[in-house]
Design a protein around this ligand. Sequence first.
Ligand code: C2E
Ligand code: MG
Ligand code: MG
Length: 562
Amino acid sequence: MSVIDSLLNFCHTLTDGKQQDMESFKQAAAVYAGEYGIAKLMIETHFRQDAASPNRNDAPIVSRNIVIYEDTDVAALGEPVMQKYMNNSDEYVISYTYPAAGVEFDPQALREIELFSTISYFFFGRLRFGEMIKKGTLTQYMTGLPNSGGYMARAAQILQSGRLFEYDSYYFNIKGFGLVSKKFGFKQGDEMIRQYAHSVAGFADPEEIVAHLGGDNFVALIKKAHYATFVSLLQDVNVTAEKGDKEIPVKLNSTIGIWHIDGAFKELSEIISLPAMAMNAAKNVLHQQICHVSDELLFHISEQKKVLESFPTAIRAKEFTVFYQPKVDSRDNSLAGAEALVRWIHGEEIISPCAFVPILEREGAIKALDLYVLENTCLDIRRWIKAGLSPVTVSVNISRKDLDDHTLPYQICDIIDKYEIDHKYIQIEITETTDEAEHDIMIEFLERLSEMGISTAIDDFGSGYSSLSTLRNFKINTLKIDRSFIDNDVFSRNDEIILSDIIHMATMLGVEVITEGVERKEQLDFMNKVGCYLIQGFYYDKPLAPDAFTERLKIGKYDMSI
Ligand code: C2E
Ligand code: MG
Ligand code: MG
Protein backbone atom coordinates (compact mmCIF):
# COMPACT_ATOMS: atom_id res chain seq x y z
CA MET A 1 0.00 0.00 0.00
CA SER A 2 1.34 3.44 -0.87
CA VAL A 3 1.68 6.15 1.75
CA ILE A 4 -1.20 8.10 0.25
CA ASP A 5 -3.43 5.00 0.21
CA SER A 6 -2.58 4.28 3.78
CA LEU A 7 -3.36 7.87 4.88
CA LEU A 8 -6.54 7.89 2.80
CA ASN A 9 -7.64 4.67 4.42
CA PHE A 10 -7.06 6.19 7.77
CA CYS A 11 -9.03 9.30 6.77
CA HIS A 12 -11.95 7.03 5.89
CA THR A 13 -11.90 5.51 9.33
CA LEU A 14 -12.14 9.05 10.69
CA THR A 15 -15.11 9.96 8.56
CA ASP A 16 -17.14 6.75 8.72
CA GLY A 17 -16.90 6.95 12.48
CA LYS A 18 -16.18 3.23 12.93
CA GLN A 19 -12.65 3.08 14.17
CA GLN A 20 -11.09 6.13 15.67
CA ASP A 21 -8.56 4.41 17.80
CA MET A 22 -4.89 5.10 18.25
CA GLU A 23 -4.02 1.70 16.78
CA SER A 24 -5.29 2.44 13.26
CA PHE A 25 -3.67 5.86 13.43
CA LYS A 26 -0.35 4.26 14.38
CA GLN A 27 -0.66 1.68 11.61
CA ALA A 28 -1.10 4.40 9.00
CA ALA A 29 1.87 6.27 10.48
CA ALA A 30 4.06 3.13 10.38
CA VAL A 31 3.47 2.64 6.62
CA TYR A 32 4.32 6.26 6.01
CA ALA A 33 7.43 6.10 8.24
CA GLY A 34 8.72 2.89 6.60
CA GLU A 35 8.43 4.42 3.08
CA TYR A 36 10.55 7.50 3.81
CA GLY A 37 13.11 6.32 6.37
CA ILE A 38 11.45 8.09 9.26
CA ALA A 39 13.00 7.14 12.60
CA LYS A 40 10.51 8.76 14.96
CA LEU A 41 7.19 10.49 14.71
CA MET A 42 5.90 12.56 17.57
CA ILE A 43 2.80 14.66 17.86
CA GLU A 44 2.53 17.58 20.21
CA THR A 45 -1.08 18.56 20.95
CA HIS A 46 -2.22 21.87 22.43
CA PHE A 47 -5.82 21.76 23.53
CA ARG A 48 -7.84 23.44 26.20
CA GLN A 49 -8.13 21.66 29.51
CA ASP A 50 -11.56 20.82 30.93
CA ALA A 51 -13.23 21.42 27.63
CA ALA A 52 -16.54 20.26 29.10
CA SER A 53 -16.76 23.26 31.40
CA PRO A 54 -19.26 25.99 30.55
CA ASN A 55 -16.42 28.54 30.65
CA ARG A 56 -14.44 26.68 28.03
CA ASN A 57 -12.69 29.80 26.78
CA ASP A 58 -11.19 30.50 30.21
CA ALA A 59 -9.71 27.00 30.52
CA PRO A 60 -5.91 26.81 30.28
CA ILE A 61 -4.19 25.21 27.29
CA VAL A 62 -2.57 21.88 28.06
CA SER A 63 0.11 20.39 25.82
CA ARG A 64 0.86 16.68 25.48
CA ASN A 65 3.57 14.84 23.52
CA ILE A 66 2.53 11.55 21.98
CA VAL A 67 5.02 9.25 20.26
CA ILE A 68 3.28 7.67 17.28
CA TYR A 69 6.14 5.73 15.82
CA GLU A 70 9.68 5.01 16.89
CA ASP A 71 12.25 2.76 15.23
CA THR A 72 14.38 1.86 18.23
CA ASP A 73 17.01 0.21 16.00
CA VAL A 74 17.98 3.57 14.52
CA ALA A 75 20.82 4.95 16.58
CA ALA A 76 20.98 8.59 15.47
CA LEU A 77 18.15 10.92 14.56
CA GLY A 78 18.39 13.76 12.07
CA GLU A 79 16.86 17.22 12.52
CA PRO A 80 13.04 16.89 12.74
CA VAL A 81 10.69 18.48 10.24
CA MET A 82 8.13 20.38 12.23
CA GLN A 83 4.72 20.87 10.76
CA LYS A 84 2.11 22.86 12.61
CA TYR A 85 -1.55 22.54 11.97
CA MET A 86 -3.44 25.26 13.59
CA ASN A 87 -6.98 25.99 14.37
CA ASN A 88 -8.07 29.64 14.19
CA SER A 89 -7.87 29.75 18.01
CA ASP A 90 -4.78 28.89 20.02
CA GLU A 91 -5.40 25.15 19.86
CA TYR A 92 -3.06 23.34 17.48
CA VAL A 93 -1.03 20.25 16.68
CA ILE A 94 2.66 20.04 15.71
CA SER A 95 4.06 16.94 14.13
CA TYR A 96 7.78 16.23 14.65
CA THR A 97 9.10 13.93 11.93
CA TYR A 98 12.65 12.71 12.65
CA PRO A 99 14.55 11.16 9.72
CA ALA A 100 17.20 8.54 10.45
CA ALA A 101 20.65 10.20 10.41
CA GLY A 102 21.69 11.01 6.82
CA VAL A 103 18.14 10.74 5.35
CA GLU A 104 16.79 13.78 3.54
CA PHE A 105 13.09 14.17 2.75
CA ASP A 106 12.21 14.86 -0.89
CA PRO A 107 9.40 17.31 -1.80
CA GLN A 108 6.87 14.47 -2.08
CA ALA A 109 7.75 13.33 1.48
CA LEU A 110 7.45 16.90 2.78
CA ARG A 111 3.99 17.26 1.25
CA GLU A 112 2.94 14.01 2.94
CA ILE A 113 4.40 15.18 6.25
CA GLU A 114 2.17 18.23 5.91
CA LEU A 115 -0.80 16.03 5.11
CA PHE A 116 0.00 13.84 8.09
CA SER A 117 -0.04 16.76 10.55
CA THR A 118 -3.37 17.95 9.16
CA ILE A 119 -4.84 14.51 9.65
CA SER A 120 -3.29 14.38 13.15
CA TYR A 121 -5.00 17.60 14.05
CA PHE A 122 -8.38 16.20 13.10
CA PHE A 123 -7.70 12.86 14.69
CA PHE A 124 -6.61 14.20 18.09
CA GLY A 125 -9.26 16.87 18.07
CA ARG A 126 -11.85 14.20 17.55
CA LEU A 127 -10.41 11.86 20.13
CA ARG A 128 -10.47 14.64 22.64
CA PHE A 129 -13.97 15.63 21.69
CA GLY A 130 -15.08 12.06 22.43
CA GLU A 131 -13.37 12.19 25.84
CA MET A 132 -14.88 15.58 26.48
CA ILE A 133 -18.40 14.34 25.74
CA LYS A 134 -17.84 11.30 27.92
CA LYS A 135 -16.54 13.43 30.75
CA GLY A 136 -19.27 16.04 30.29
CA THR A 137 -22.07 13.50 30.41
CA LEU A 138 -20.72 11.82 33.53
CA THR A 139 -19.74 14.91 35.50
CA GLN A 140 -21.76 17.56 37.26
CA TYR A 141 -20.57 20.78 35.63
CA MET A 142 -20.68 22.96 38.74
CA THR A 143 -18.77 20.79 41.20
CA GLY A 144 -16.89 18.42 38.88
CA LEU A 145 -18.17 15.47 40.94
CA PRO A 146 -19.75 12.53 39.11
CA ASN A 147 -23.39 13.18 38.20
CA SER A 148 -26.05 10.45 38.31
CA GLY A 149 -24.65 8.83 35.13
CA GLY A 150 -21.10 8.86 36.46
CA TYR A 151 -22.30 7.56 39.83
CA MET A 152 -24.20 4.67 38.29
CA ALA A 153 -21.28 3.78 36.02
CA ARG A 154 -18.91 3.56 38.99
CA ALA A 155 -21.47 1.77 41.15
CA ALA A 156 -21.86 -0.80 38.35
CA GLN A 157 -18.12 -1.49 38.59
CA ILE A 158 -18.39 -2.07 42.34
CA LEU A 159 -21.41 -4.31 41.77
CA GLN A 160 -19.45 -6.35 39.22
CA SER A 161 -16.62 -6.77 41.67
CA GLY A 162 -19.15 -8.36 44.06
CA ARG A 163 -18.36 -5.84 46.81
CA LEU A 164 -21.45 -3.63 46.79
CA PHE A 165 -22.65 -5.18 50.07
CA GLU A 166 -19.68 -3.64 51.83
CA TYR A 167 -21.23 -0.21 51.25
CA ASP A 168 -23.97 2.05 52.59
CA SER A 169 -25.82 4.09 50.05
CA TYR A 170 -26.68 7.70 50.93
CA TYR A 171 -28.93 10.40 49.54
CA PHE A 172 -28.54 13.77 51.24
CA ASN A 173 -29.97 17.20 50.82
CA ILE A 174 -28.58 20.36 52.41
CA LYS A 175 -31.01 21.67 55.01
CA GLY A 176 -32.56 25.06 54.33
CA PHE A 177 -30.16 25.73 51.47
CA GLY A 178 -32.79 27.77 49.63
CA LEU A 179 -32.75 30.31 52.45
CA VAL A 180 -28.94 30.42 52.68
CA SER A 181 -28.68 30.92 48.95
CA LYS A 182 -31.31 33.66 49.07
CA LYS A 183 -29.45 35.41 51.87
CA PHE A 184 -26.06 35.47 50.13
CA GLY A 185 -27.16 35.48 46.49
CA PHE A 186 -27.18 32.66 43.97
CA LYS A 187 -23.54 33.13 42.91
CA GLN A 188 -22.37 32.70 46.49
CA GLY A 189 -24.84 29.82 46.78
CA ASP A 190 -23.07 28.04 43.91
CA GLU A 191 -19.73 28.77 45.52
CA MET A 192 -20.91 27.27 48.83
CA ILE A 193 -22.14 24.16 47.00
CA ARG A 194 -18.69 23.80 45.42
CA GLN A 195 -16.99 24.10 48.83
CA TYR A 196 -19.47 21.67 50.35
CA ALA A 197 -18.92 19.18 47.52
CA HIS A 198 -15.17 19.50 47.93
CA SER A 199 -15.33 18.79 51.70
CA VAL A 200 -17.66 15.82 51.38
CA ALA A 201 -15.82 14.30 48.42
CA GLY A 202 -12.54 14.85 50.28
CA PHE A 203 -13.77 12.42 52.93
CA ALA A 204 -14.22 9.55 50.48
CA ASP A 205 -11.38 7.10 49.87
CA PRO A 206 -10.59 6.12 46.26
CA GLU A 207 -12.98 3.15 46.44
CA GLU A 208 -15.90 5.30 47.64
CA ILE A 209 -18.01 7.66 45.55
CA VAL A 210 -19.63 10.99 46.27
CA ALA A 211 -21.77 12.35 43.44
CA HIS A 212 -23.70 15.56 42.88
CA LEU A 213 -27.13 15.13 41.32
CA GLY A 214 -27.62 18.87 40.94
CA GLY A 215 -28.98 21.65 43.17
CA ASP A 216 -28.32 20.72 46.79
CA ASN A 217 -28.83 16.98 46.29
CA PHE A 218 -25.97 14.52 46.67
CA VAL A 219 -25.54 10.75 46.77
CA ALA A 220 -22.69 8.62 48.04
CA LEU A 221 -21.52 5.04 48.30
CA ILE A 222 -19.44 4.82 51.46
CA LYS A 223 -18.04 1.72 53.10
CA LYS A 224 -20.04 0.44 56.06
CA ALA A 225 -16.94 0.79 58.26
CA HIS A 226 -17.04 4.58 57.73
CA TYR A 227 -20.73 4.98 58.61
CA ALA A 228 -20.39 6.91 61.87
CA THR A 229 -17.71 9.32 60.66
CA PHE A 230 -19.47 10.05 57.37
CA VAL A 231 -22.81 10.71 59.08
CA SER A 232 -21.20 13.06 61.56
CA LEU A 233 -19.38 14.87 58.73
CA LEU A 234 -22.68 15.44 56.93
CA GLN A 235 -24.12 17.04 60.03
CA ASP A 236 -21.53 19.75 60.11
CA VAL A 237 -19.84 20.96 56.94
CA ASN A 238 -18.19 24.38 57.20
CA VAL A 239 -18.14 26.67 54.19
CA THR A 240 -17.74 30.41 53.77
CA ALA A 241 -19.69 33.01 51.89
CA GLU A 242 -18.57 36.46 50.85
CA LYS A 243 -20.74 39.37 51.83
CA GLY A 244 -19.30 42.69 50.74
CA ASP A 245 -15.62 42.38 51.70
CA LYS A 246 -16.33 40.00 54.59
CA GLU A 247 -15.98 36.22 54.64
CA ILE A 248 -18.83 34.76 56.63
CA PRO A 249 -18.58 31.20 57.99
CA VAL A 250 -21.67 29.11 57.31
CA LYS A 251 -22.39 25.68 58.78
CA LEU A 252 -24.28 23.35 56.49
CA ASN A 253 -25.97 20.18 57.63
CA SER A 254 -28.08 17.75 55.70
CA THR A 255 -31.17 15.61 55.82
CA ILE A 256 -29.93 12.10 55.14
CA GLY A 257 -31.51 8.94 53.76
CA ILE A 258 -29.39 5.82 54.27
CA TRP A 259 -29.69 2.32 52.91
CA HIS A 260 -27.46 -0.36 54.38
CA ILE A 261 -27.16 -2.33 51.14
CA ASP A 262 -28.26 -5.86 51.94
CA GLY A 263 -29.72 -9.06 50.53
CA ALA A 264 -32.97 -7.33 49.50
CA PHE A 265 -31.06 -5.72 46.62
CA LYS A 266 -33.06 -5.92 43.37
CA GLU A 267 -31.62 -3.53 40.82
CA LEU A 268 -28.81 -1.02 40.66
CA SER A 269 -31.06 2.05 40.39
CA GLU A 270 -32.14 1.30 43.99
CA ILE A 271 -28.85 2.72 45.21
CA ILE A 272 -30.38 6.12 44.44
CA SER A 273 -34.13 5.51 44.74
CA LEU A 274 -34.20 3.78 48.15
CA PRO A 275 -32.13 6.29 50.14
CA ALA A 276 -33.99 9.07 48.27
CA MET A 277 -37.28 7.72 49.67
CA ALA A 278 -35.77 7.61 53.15
CA MET A 279 -34.49 11.18 52.80
CA ASN A 280 -37.95 12.35 51.71
CA ALA A 281 -39.56 10.59 54.66
CA ALA A 282 -37.02 12.17 57.03
CA LYS A 283 -37.68 15.61 55.60
CA ASN A 284 -41.43 15.64 54.96
CA VAL A 285 -42.98 13.04 57.23
CA LEU A 286 -40.79 12.30 60.23
CA HIS A 287 -39.23 15.77 60.45
CA GLN A 288 -35.93 14.34 61.58
CA GLN A 289 -32.41 14.50 60.24
CA ILE A 290 -31.75 10.86 59.36
CA CYS A 291 -33.94 8.03 58.15
CA HIS A 292 -32.84 4.52 57.29
CA VAL A 293 -34.47 2.37 54.64
CA SER A 294 -36.49 -0.32 56.43
CA ASP A 295 -39.35 -2.70 55.62
CA GLU A 296 -41.65 -0.47 57.64
CA LEU A 297 -40.68 2.60 55.62
CA LEU A 298 -41.14 0.78 52.31
CA PHE A 299 -44.57 -0.46 53.42
CA HIS A 300 -45.54 3.05 54.45
CA ILE A 301 -44.40 4.47 51.10
CA SER A 302 -46.26 1.85 49.11
CA GLU A 303 -49.42 2.55 51.12
CA GLN A 304 -48.95 6.24 50.45
CA LYS A 305 -48.55 5.55 46.75
CA LYS A 306 -51.73 3.49 46.75
CA VAL A 307 -53.66 6.36 48.38
CA LEU A 308 -52.41 8.89 45.84
CA GLU A 309 -53.08 6.61 42.91
CA SER A 310 -56.60 5.63 43.95
CA PHE A 311 -57.70 9.03 45.27
CA PRO A 312 -58.88 10.61 41.95
CA THR A 313 -61.00 7.57 41.06
CA ALA A 314 -62.29 7.24 44.61
CA ILE A 315 -63.50 10.82 44.75
CA ARG A 316 -65.23 10.47 41.36
CA ALA A 317 -66.82 7.21 42.52
CA LYS A 318 -67.98 8.99 45.71
CA GLU A 319 -66.20 6.49 47.95
CA PHE A 320 -65.89 9.19 50.62
CA THR A 321 -68.72 9.52 53.11
CA VAL A 322 -69.20 12.25 55.66
CA PHE A 323 -69.80 11.14 59.24
CA TYR A 324 -71.11 13.56 61.84
CA GLN A 325 -69.89 13.68 65.40
CA PRO A 326 -72.37 15.40 67.70
CA LYS A 327 -71.39 18.39 69.82
CA VAL A 328 -73.40 18.51 73.02
CA ASP A 329 -74.26 21.23 75.51
CA SER A 330 -73.43 19.38 78.71
CA ARG A 331 -75.68 21.62 80.83
CA ASP A 332 -78.81 19.97 79.41
CA ASN A 333 -77.28 17.24 77.20
CA SER A 334 -78.86 18.79 74.11
CA LEU A 335 -77.44 18.43 70.63
CA ALA A 336 -75.64 21.71 69.92
CA GLY A 337 -73.88 21.03 66.63
CA ALA A 338 -71.75 18.50 64.80
CA GLU A 339 -68.40 18.10 63.13
CA ALA A 340 -68.20 16.66 59.62
CA LEU A 341 -65.50 13.96 59.58
CA VAL A 342 -64.67 12.19 56.38
CA ARG A 343 -64.44 8.38 56.01
CA TRP A 344 -63.17 6.48 52.98
CA ILE A 345 -65.42 3.50 52.34
CA HIS A 346 -63.20 1.25 50.26
CA GLY A 347 -65.03 -2.03 49.64
CA GLU A 348 -65.71 -3.48 53.09
CA GLU A 349 -63.11 -1.29 54.71
CA ILE A 350 -63.75 2.05 56.43
CA ILE A 351 -60.50 4.00 56.27
CA SER A 352 -59.83 6.66 58.90
CA PRO A 353 -58.80 10.15 57.71
CA CYS A 354 -55.51 9.82 59.59
CA ALA A 355 -54.47 7.29 56.94
CA PHE A 356 -55.02 9.60 53.98
CA VAL A 357 -55.56 13.26 55.00
CA PRO A 358 -51.85 13.90 55.84
CA ILE A 359 -50.77 12.27 52.56
CA LEU A 360 -53.20 14.33 50.50
CA GLU A 361 -52.08 17.44 52.37
CA ARG A 362 -48.43 16.80 51.56
CA GLU A 363 -49.18 16.20 47.91
CA GLY A 364 -51.37 19.28 47.59
CA ALA A 365 -54.49 17.21 46.83
CA ILE A 366 -56.53 17.90 49.97
CA LYS A 367 -58.56 20.83 48.65
CA ALA A 368 -60.68 18.62 46.39
CA LEU A 369 -61.56 16.46 49.38
CA ASP A 370 -62.33 19.40 51.70
CA LEU A 371 -64.70 20.92 49.17
CA TYR A 372 -66.26 17.50 48.56
CA VAL A 373 -66.93 17.17 52.31
CA LEU A 374 -68.39 20.67 52.41
CA GLU A 375 -70.64 19.93 49.44
CA ASN A 376 -71.87 16.65 50.95
CA THR A 377 -72.50 18.34 54.27
CA CYS A 378 -74.61 20.95 52.47
CA LEU A 379 -76.50 18.16 50.69
CA ASP A 380 -77.26 16.47 54.02
CA ILE A 381 -78.36 19.74 55.63
CA ARG A 382 -80.68 20.31 52.66
CA ARG A 383 -82.08 16.80 53.14
CA TRP A 384 -82.71 17.44 56.85
CA ILE A 385 -84.50 20.67 56.09
CA LYS A 386 -86.59 18.90 53.46
CA ALA A 387 -87.48 16.22 56.01
CA GLY A 388 -88.76 18.94 58.32
CA LEU A 389 -85.90 18.71 60.81
CA SER A 390 -84.10 21.67 62.37
CA PRO A 391 -80.45 21.39 61.40
CA VAL A 392 -77.60 22.20 63.76
CA THR A 393 -74.44 24.04 62.76
CA VAL A 394 -71.98 21.61 61.24
CA SER A 395 -68.27 22.37 61.26
CA VAL A 396 -66.19 21.33 58.25
CA ASN A 397 -62.41 20.92 58.42
CA ILE A 398 -60.39 22.92 55.93
CA SER A 399 -56.71 22.14 55.65
CA ARG A 400 -54.27 25.01 56.18
CA LYS A 401 -52.58 23.81 53.01
CA ASP A 402 -55.63 25.08 51.08
CA LEU A 403 -55.17 28.66 52.19
CA ASP A 404 -52.69 29.62 49.47
CA ASP A 405 -55.71 29.91 47.23
CA HIS A 406 -57.13 33.36 47.94
CA THR A 407 -60.39 32.51 46.22
CA LEU A 408 -61.14 29.73 48.71
CA PRO A 409 -63.55 31.75 50.91
CA TYR A 410 -65.60 32.57 47.80
CA GLN A 411 -65.58 28.93 46.68
CA ILE A 412 -66.83 27.91 50.13
CA CYS A 413 -69.55 30.53 49.98
CA ASP A 414 -70.58 29.47 46.46
CA ILE A 415 -71.04 25.86 47.55
CA ILE A 416 -73.15 26.82 50.56
CA ASP A 417 -75.27 29.12 48.37
CA LYS A 418 -75.65 26.48 45.66
CA TYR A 419 -77.67 24.38 48.15
CA GLU A 420 -79.45 27.46 49.50
CA ILE A 421 -78.23 26.81 53.00
CA ASP A 422 -78.33 29.57 55.59
CA HIS A 423 -74.67 30.48 56.27
CA LYS A 424 -75.25 30.02 60.01
CA TYR A 425 -75.44 26.24 59.54
CA ILE A 426 -71.82 25.95 58.39
CA GLN A 427 -68.72 26.57 60.44
CA ILE A 428 -65.17 26.27 59.06
CA GLU A 429 -62.57 24.59 61.31
CA ILE A 430 -58.92 25.23 60.83
CA THR A 431 -55.90 24.33 62.97
CA GLU A 432 -53.78 27.14 64.37
CA THR A 433 -50.35 28.01 63.05
CA THR A 434 -47.06 29.23 64.47
CA ASP A 435 -45.68 30.03 61.04
CA GLU A 436 -45.37 33.80 60.53
CA ALA A 437 -46.11 33.66 56.79
CA GLU A 438 -49.19 31.47 57.28
CA HIS A 439 -50.36 33.75 60.07
CA ASP A 440 -51.17 36.61 57.67
CA ILE A 441 -52.84 34.35 55.13
CA MET A 442 -54.97 32.91 57.90
CA ILE A 443 -56.05 36.33 59.20
CA GLU A 444 -57.21 37.21 55.69
CA PHE A 445 -59.03 33.90 55.23
CA LEU A 446 -60.88 34.19 58.55
CA GLU A 447 -61.83 37.78 57.83
CA ARG A 448 -63.26 36.99 54.38
CA LEU A 449 -65.39 34.21 55.88
CA SER A 450 -66.55 36.45 58.70
CA GLU A 451 -67.62 39.12 56.16
CA MET A 452 -69.76 36.47 54.47
CA GLY A 453 -71.40 35.46 57.74
CA ILE A 454 -69.68 32.07 57.89
CA SER A 455 -68.45 31.24 61.36
CA THR A 456 -64.99 29.86 62.05
CA ALA A 457 -63.26 27.73 64.67
CA ILE A 458 -59.65 27.14 65.65
CA ASP A 459 -59.16 23.38 65.92
CA ASP A 460 -56.79 21.45 68.20
CA PHE A 461 -56.03 24.51 70.32
CA GLY A 462 -53.27 23.69 72.79
CA SER A 463 -51.90 20.70 70.90
CA GLY A 464 -48.88 22.58 69.57
CA TYR A 465 -47.29 25.90 70.39
CA SER A 466 -50.48 27.82 70.98
CA SER A 467 -50.17 31.48 71.39
CA LEU A 468 -52.35 34.20 72.76
CA SER A 469 -52.11 35.97 69.41
CA THR A 470 -54.55 33.34 68.15
CA LEU A 471 -57.15 34.90 70.39
CA ARG A 472 -55.94 38.43 69.87
CA ASN A 473 -55.54 38.51 66.07
CA PHE A 474 -57.81 35.90 64.61
CA LYS A 475 -61.42 36.74 63.96
CA ILE A 476 -62.94 33.47 65.13
CA ASN A 477 -66.21 32.36 66.70
CA THR A 478 -65.09 29.16 68.39
CA LEU A 479 -62.01 27.82 70.12
CA LYS A 480 -61.72 24.07 70.12
CA ILE A 481 -59.62 22.82 73.01
CA ASP A 482 -57.53 19.82 72.09
CA ARG A 483 -58.03 16.55 73.90
CA SER A 484 -54.37 16.50 74.97
CA PHE A 485 -55.40 18.88 77.79
CA ILE A 486 -57.65 16.27 79.34
CA ASP A 487 -55.78 13.18 78.29
CA ASN A 488 -54.31 12.60 81.75
CA ASP A 489 -55.58 10.42 84.57
CA VAL A 490 -55.15 13.19 87.12
CA PHE A 491 -55.87 16.77 86.26
CA SER A 492 -53.12 19.10 87.31
CA ARG A 493 -53.59 22.38 89.07
CA ASN A 494 -51.57 24.01 86.28
CA ASP A 495 -53.96 22.72 83.60
CA GLU A 496 -56.88 23.94 85.67
CA ILE A 497 -55.45 27.45 86.00
CA ILE A 498 -54.42 27.68 82.36
CA LEU A 499 -57.72 26.33 81.04
CA SER A 500 -59.86 28.52 83.31
CA ASP A 501 -57.95 31.58 82.16
CA ILE A 502 -58.09 30.72 78.46
CA ILE A 503 -61.80 29.93 78.66
CA HIS A 504 -62.43 33.09 80.64
CA MET A 505 -60.48 35.24 78.17
CA ALA A 506 -62.19 33.63 75.18
CA THR A 507 -65.66 34.08 76.69
CA MET A 508 -64.93 37.75 77.42
CA LEU A 509 -63.87 38.17 73.80
CA GLY A 510 -67.17 36.63 72.65
CA VAL A 511 -65.51 33.42 71.50
CA GLU A 512 -67.35 30.19 72.28
CA VAL A 513 -65.26 27.30 73.69
CA ILE A 514 -65.72 23.60 73.04
CA THR A 515 -63.60 20.66 74.18
CA GLU A 516 -63.06 17.67 71.93
CA GLY A 517 -62.10 14.14 72.79
CA VAL A 518 -64.05 13.93 76.03
CA GLU A 519 -64.46 10.24 76.83
CA ARG A 520 -65.06 10.00 80.58
CA LYS A 521 -67.27 11.56 83.19
CA GLU A 522 -64.24 12.95 85.14
CA GLN A 523 -63.07 14.75 82.02
CA LEU A 524 -66.50 16.26 81.52
CA ASP A 525 -66.67 17.34 85.17
CA PHE A 526 -63.21 18.88 84.94
CA MET A 527 -64.11 20.86 81.82
CA ASN A 528 -67.34 22.04 83.42
CA LYS A 529 -65.34 23.12 86.46
CA VAL A 530 -63.05 25.29 84.32
CA GLY A 531 -66.04 26.82 82.52
CA CYS A 532 -66.44 24.84 79.30
CA TYR A 533 -69.84 23.27 78.68
CA LEU A 534 -69.77 22.46 74.98
CA ILE A 535 -68.44 18.94 74.56
CA GLN A 536 -67.56 16.70 71.64
CA GLY A 537 -66.32 13.20 72.32
CA PHE A 538 -67.01 9.54 72.77
CA TYR A 539 -68.56 10.30 76.15
CA TYR A 540 -71.63 11.34 74.19
CA ASP A 541 -71.10 9.82 70.75
CA LYS A 542 -68.62 8.72 68.14
CA PRO A 543 -68.81 10.13 64.59
CA LEU A 544 -72.11 8.82 63.17
CA ALA A 545 -73.02 7.74 59.64
CA PRO A 546 -75.51 10.20 58.04
CA ASP A 547 -78.60 8.07 58.76
CA ALA A 548 -77.63 7.52 62.40
CA PHE A 549 -76.97 11.23 62.81
CA THR A 550 -80.35 12.03 61.25
CA GLU A 551 -81.96 9.91 63.98
CA ARG A 552 -79.99 11.82 66.64
CA LEU A 553 -81.11 15.09 65.09
CA LYS A 554 -84.72 13.95 65.46
CA ILE A 555 -84.23 13.21 69.16
CA GLY A 556 -82.11 16.33 69.73
CA LYS A 557 -80.96 15.25 73.21
CA TYR A 558 -78.94 12.66 75.11
CA ASP A 559 -80.46 10.84 78.00
CA MET A 560 -77.52 10.43 80.35
CA SER A 561 -79.53 8.82 83.12
CA ILE A 562 -79.11 5.40 81.58
P1 C2E B 1 -60.07 16.71 64.19
O1 C2E B 1 -60.62 17.69 63.23
O2 C2E B 1 -59.41 17.25 65.40
O3 C2E B 1 -61.24 15.74 64.55
C1 C2E B 1 -61.40 15.16 65.79
C2 C2E B 1 -60.93 13.77 65.79
O4 C2E B 1 -61.01 13.24 67.10
C3 C2E B 1 -61.78 12.83 64.93
O5 C2E B 1 -60.93 11.83 64.42
C4 C2E B 1 -62.71 12.20 65.95
O6 C2E B 1 -63.24 10.98 65.55
C5 C2E B 1 -61.75 12.05 67.09
N1 C2E B 1 -62.46 11.96 68.35
C6 C2E B 1 -63.61 12.55 68.68
N2 C2E B 1 -63.95 12.27 69.95
C7 C2E B 1 -62.98 11.48 70.45
C8 C2E B 1 -62.78 10.87 71.71
O7 C2E B 1 -63.53 10.99 72.64
N3 C2E B 1 -61.64 10.14 71.85
C9 C2E B 1 -60.76 9.98 70.85
N4 C2E B 1 -59.69 9.23 71.05
N5 C2E B 1 -60.94 10.55 69.63
C10 C2E B 1 -62.05 11.29 69.44
P2 C2E B 1 -61.01 11.40 62.93
O8 C2E B 1 -62.40 11.42 62.44
O9 C2E B 1 -60.22 10.15 62.81
O10 C2E B 1 -60.27 12.58 62.22
C11 C2E B 1 -58.94 12.82 62.46
C12 C2E B 1 -58.49 14.09 61.86
O11 C2E B 1 -58.54 14.01 60.44
C13 C2E B 1 -59.36 15.27 62.20
O12 C2E B 1 -59.01 15.76 63.45
C14 C2E B 1 -59.02 16.23 61.10
O13 C2E B 1 -57.82 16.88 61.38
C15 C2E B 1 -58.80 15.29 59.94
N6 C2E B 1 -60.00 15.29 59.10
C16 C2E B 1 -61.12 14.55 59.20
N7 C2E B 1 -61.98 14.86 58.20
C17 C2E B 1 -61.35 15.84 57.44
C18 C2E B 1 -61.71 16.59 56.27
O14 C2E B 1 -62.80 16.47 55.70
N8 C2E B 1 -60.78 17.50 55.82
C19 C2E B 1 -59.59 17.69 56.45
N9 C2E B 1 -58.74 18.59 55.93
N10 C2E B 1 -59.25 17.01 57.54
C20 C2E B 1 -60.11 16.11 58.03
MG1 MG C 1 -61.68 19.29 63.38
MG1 MG D 1 -59.34 18.58 66.51
